[in-house]
Design a protein around this ligand. Structure first.
Ligand code: GLA
Length: 687
């Protein structure tokens, strides 16, 4: 008898799972959309005669493949009870529709190892969300080494994996590696998401692009492994330190969700699918995103030197140029004159702010701007009142030295007295001041990460941080939060469910940003990509670009300015004002669908909006090496439409015209000669 099939059809993709009796559900197909009335043919096992030198009981690739009873690939579970129950086989399996055709739950049980697993797969658009959990049904603790949050099937023609790495000041740089017969594996053990290992990747397979990302802000691992049945398996999950998780009898561990999608329309469609999924995960004050306000951030313009009269004047100038949210960065709190001290002492410095922050905050609000404040709740400096009172609150390992980074230690967020303290201090500020926005920073990796019990505390640190975010969100639902970790050290689909913006990178050199932002936009939508116009030369690189070029790169995301506006000459102030007006006029398109690409001869482009109406930014990075500019091919347009295209923006150039969509897609839009590090911008609309 043919076992039942479960089908999840999205607009562009299909997932098929076969449910044999008494065995875990099997992957049959995940790829481009099948016809509604597809015929899957016979059961998987009936199409596969037992190969030579095989076990007589074949164990095909299931949604939860486990080690020891005939599955020789990577196990979704590595666990034991003091050496026993090291192998598992789930023989009781039920499938229930939570929502017909959209969300299915598999409940699996191993009566010998006394374990239950639940895997829910939910389809929204073309994105599958996996929610996996494991329960210890035995009467002794279960030590966990690995529990895959998802074990995804990839076809045999999977050729290359593109992952994203880098470092502080250089995040989201694409790395493409071929897939072969050896395992591809990427791990992060830094305790937070990390600058150097984004928890997701893309896989190209015969014209279809697969993408997955783990919604988790801690350690993680991904593995892609060739299977001997001619497919690949892609696992994603939380990386666990030795002894970190032991499930007591009856206890359940819930994995972080995995978002997975595929498209035969390329990486651009995978990005669109992820953007839609991230937007669904977000929780905006008031239920919907307000237009993203232009920020002024004080960090690079002022650092720790908070001169109150200058900040008042800055607020005046900021309001004049059109800034909508003024974010007071690091340096405002008790004795915080440099980065050697004061983290943990969350009250205003009485020298810099003799009457507290209220006069400045009120001045900012009176100018029509929102007031935002920087905090770094998870951290403490040894030179702080907090640390002097509670040295044991920092993560530490008995007998080992305290390892500082930027002179700071990490607080143990699994302790209620620690999170109560942090909540009380910061809630007092939120109650007293008109704070619309918190920039929540996290400026170091975790090492050693152990609590009072001397056990690894990475997992519970993330859970503690999430709970603290959630507590603030519940108590102050109107306050937006930015996730920052020295720039892009905590960018993931887990934290974005609790926050509203990422500080993409501490590097705001526009040339560097032009490399990083497309990587970010592969997984996250543009409206959460913090992008600032910095000064020249850029503090992080020492390199200079024109104000126009810096602004043209920054308007791709959620725009801000981060330099001392008081030093701007009058003509530059006017230029900045024009860029802010440009962003305000077009942000409804800029924060919609996005497409990015290369146009040849060191030109790149970024388009945003819809195929009916869009803004196109074309950048030249290096001087021309061709005698003429190559036309820019625009794959996102409607081939059958006519477009009226006009140059726009503060650097507007020659007249536009009417173009045929198929011409734009195949032959390309002609652009004028451009100098290196310059941009031209167009508005295109269906005629
Ligand atoms: C981190 C952030 C910066 C700034 C500083 C303040 O580096 O990424 O934007 O807030 O901390 O100390």
């Amino acid at each position: 008898m043919t076992p039942p099939l479960i089908a999840l059809h999205g607009p562009g993709s299909t997932l098929l799972i076969e449910c044999p009796a008494g065995a875990p559900p099997l992957w049959r197909y995940w790829g481009p959309r099948l016809a509604d009335d597809f015929a899957a043919g016979p059961a998987l096992v009936d199409t596969r005669p037992t190969p030579s030198f095989s076990l007589d009981q074949t164990v095909p690739f299931s949604v939860f493949p486990t080690f020891g009873m005939g599955w020789f690939g990577q196990s979704a579970l590595l666990a034991h009870r003091q050496g026993a129950d090291f192998s598992q086989a789930f023989t009781q399996c039920e499938a229930d529709w939570l929502e017909q055709g959209r969300s299915v739950r598999f409940t699996l049980q191993d009566d010998i190892a006394k374990l239950a697993a639940a895997i829910t797969i939910t389809l929204d658009g073309d994105v599958l969300t996996f929610a996996t959990s494991l329960t210890n049904l035995g009467n002794s603790p279960l030590d966990l080494q690995w529990l895959a949050a998802a074990a995804l099937p990839l076809p045999d023609n999977a050729a290359a994996v593109q992952s994203f790495s880098g470092r502080h000041n250089y995040e989201f740089i694409a790395q493409t590696e071929p897939l072969g017969r050896a395992i591809w594996r990427k791990e992060n053990r830094r305790g937070l998401t990390s600058h150097d290992a984004f928890p997701g990747a893309l896989v190209e397979a015969g014209g279809t692009v697969y993408g997955a990302q783990l919604a988790w802000s801690g350690n993680h691992a991904q593995t892609i492994e060739w299977l001997d049945d001619g497919r690949y398996q892609w696992q994603l999950g939380e990386w666990l330190a030795p002894g970190e998780i032991s499930l007591v009898p009856g206890e359940t561990l819930a994995c972080p969700p995995v978002l997975a999608t595929c498209s035969d329309q390329g990486a651009a469609q995978v990005a669109q699918n992820f953007h839609a999924a991230i937007r669904r995960r977000m929780d905006w004050p008031g239920g919907a995103m307000a237009p993203r306000p232009v920020h002024l951030n004080t960090w690079e313009g002022f650092y720790f030197k908070h001169d109150l009269p200058a900040l008042f004047e800055l607020a005046d100038v900021a309001a004049e140029v059109g800034i909508e949210r003024f974010v007071l960065d690091d340096g405002w709190f008790h004795r915080r004159d440099d980065d050697t001290r004061a983290l943990g002492d969350w009250w205003a410095d009485s020298d810099k702010y003799p009457h507290g922050l209220a006069p400045l905050a009120q001045h900012i609000v009176s100018k029509g701007m929102q007031f935002g404040l920087w905090v770094e709740p998870e951290m403490v400096n040894p030179d702080s009142d907090l640390y002097r009172a509670h040295p044991d609150w920092a993560l530490q390992l008995a007998g080992r030295p305290l390892l500082t980074a930027r002179n700071q230690l990490v607080l143990d967020l699994s302790r209620p007295e620690v999170t109560d303290y942090l909540f009380t201090c910061i809630a007092a500020l939120l109650e007293e001041l008109p704070i619309a926005y918190l920039k929540w920073d996290h400026n170091r990796d975790l090492a050693p990460a152990a609590g009072r019990d001397c056990r690894a505390a990475y997992h519970r640190q993330v859970i503690g941080a999430y709970a603290l975010f959630d507590r603030f969100r519940a108590a102050f639902p109107k306050v937006e939060i930015e996730a920052c970790a020295g720039g892009g050290g905590r960018i993931d689909a887990g934290i974005i469910a609790r926050t509203h913006r990422f500080w993409t990178s501490d590097c705001i050199d526009a040339v560097m940003r032009a490399r990083m932002q497309p990587g970010f936009l592969q997984f996250m939508p543009p409206e959460v990509m913090g992008a600032h116009i910095g000064t020249a030369p850029a503090h992080s690189t020492g390199r200079s670009q024109s104000l126009d070029f810096r602004a043209a790169i920054a308007v791709q995301g959620h725009l801000g300015a981060e330099f001392n506006l008081l030093e701007l000459a009058a003509d530059e102030r006017a230029r900045l004002r024009n860029w802010i007006l440009f962003y305000q006029q077009w942000r409804h398109l800029l924060h919609s669908q996005v497409w990015t690409g290369e146009a040849g001869d060191s030109m790149i482009w970024h388009a945003a909006g819809s195929s009916a109406e869009w803004v196109l930014l074309v950048y030249r990075m290096e001087p021309m090496s061709y005698r003429h500019m190559p036309p820019v091919r625009l794959p996102f347009v409607d081939h059958a439409a006519l477009y009226d295209i006009q140059p726009i923006g503060p650097a507007a150039h020659e007249p536009g015209g009417t173009f045929d969509g198929s011409w734009l897609a195949k032959a390309g839009l002609p652009v004028p000669p451009m100098k290196a590090e310059s941009a031209v911008i167009y508005h295109g609309k269906r005629a």
